[in-house]
Design a protein around this ligand. Structure first.
Ligand code: PBG
Ligand code: ZN
Length: 339
């Protein structure tokens, strides 16, 4: 690009280089001036697991530093997160009773509705998002209605519609369908609009891969899945299909799109950034968090440094929002001025 001839020397001890990139790296002030990407607390979304029927927080073994929160402490957890600078939470219920379809999720007295009410009551300004799925509420652990040996798409859509309305009635700002049923965004949009919740948004888990990185989450959410989700989540080998699916969700009027997991799917995130004008979220999933934690615990990696590098890489690749179990920790560092 720059050279097809030999370097000439301008003085005795310096070469005549047309570019010296190091000029803009020579001081912290200079590096700050040319930094292209930034991370701020409002870019981070904190996932919270709420355990039904527990009195004390229970640490999740596979996710050190992440807890199942008792319902009566959820308000306090949301308040603390807000005080750290977190502006949005994603709520996951860990119910004590399950059934064949996950009917608790569309019960107005059910765990999902109660979590949303408690979170909004504690901090009305907090952007409260619900994960809309069934897998932790069903005995079989699948993300929908099982008929014979498959998960039925359209029966599951009907349940997602009921669930969306329950979450909206309880005060959710956004619903986030993660079941990977076709048409789930359109179905939920229709149900919300027909019940007057035209202002409740949809964050679609649009490009959600059938990843092996969800292992620790399934323990956290007490998901009893036997088998896999390959008949509804995307094959990790498929970039084009992931983009098609995301663009279909945009047509169905999703307000935000998500790529999940994060670190192994930055190509999809980056490409989707080129193809949509919608806000984009990425989910740094449980396995990604657990790997950083485990390496740090062994003294192999510097946890804070790798955490921040992973988060800025999502921003660089095109994410507006990052859903991460590190949200509070990252906010604490950002508040100390350590971007
Ligand atoms: C529910 C759901 C999952 C995750 C978020 N929502 C698990 C799955 O699809 O099996 C994974 C989150 C994580 O691993 O941190 N469908
Ligand atoms: Zn699910």
């Amino acid at each position: 690009m720059f050279w097809n001839k030999r370097l000439s020397k301008s003085t005795d001890d310096a070469f005549e280089l047309p570019y010296r990139f190091r000029r803009v790296r020579k001081s912290a002030a200079m590096r700050d001036m040319v930094r292209e990407t930034h991370l701020r607390p409002e870019h981070l979304v904190l996932p919270i697991f709420v355990g039904e029927g527990i009195d004390e927080p229970v640490e999740i073994e596979s996710l050190p530093g992440v807890y199942r929160t008792p319902e009566k402490q959820l308000g306090g957890v949301v308040r603390n997160a807000w005080d750290e600078g977190v502006r949005s939470v994603l709520l996951f219920g860990v119910p004590s009773k399950k059934d064949a379809e996950g009917s608790d999720t569309w019960d107005e007295k059910g765990l999902m509705a109660r979590m949303v009410r408690a979170a909004k009551e504690a901090v009305p300004e907090m952007v409260v998002i619900t994960d809309n799925c069934f897998c932790s509420y069903t005995e079989h652990g699948h993300c929908g209605v099982v008929v014979g040996d498959h998960v039925d798409n359209d029966l599951t859509l009907q349940n997602l519609q009921k669930q969306a309305v329950i979450a909206a009635e309880a005060g959710a700002d956004m619903v986030a369908p993660s079941a990977m049923m076709d048409g789930q965004v359109a179905a939920m949009r229709e149900a919300l609009d027909m019940t007057g919740f035209t202002d409740v948004g949809i964050l679609s888990y649009a490009s959600k891969f059938a990843s092996n990185l969800y292992g620790p989450f399934r323990a956290a959410a007490d998901c009893g899945l036997k088998g896999d989700r390959k008949s509804y989540q995307i094959d990790p080998a498929n970039r084009r299909q992931a983009l098609l699916e995301a663009l279909a969700d945009e047509e169905e009027a999703a307000d935000m799109l998500m790529v999940k997991p994060g670190i192994m799917y930055l190509d999809v995130l980056s490409e989707l950034r080129q193809q949509t004008q919608l806000p984009l979220a990425v989910y740094q999933v449980s396995g990604e968090y657990a790997m950083i934690k485990a390496a740090a615990e062994k003294g192999i990696l510097d946890e804070d440094a790798v955490m921040m590098e992973s988060l800025i890489s999502f921003r660089r690749a095109g994410a507006d929002l990052i859903i991460t179990y590190f949200a509070e920790k990252a906010c604490a560092l950002l508040n100390e001025g350590k971007e």
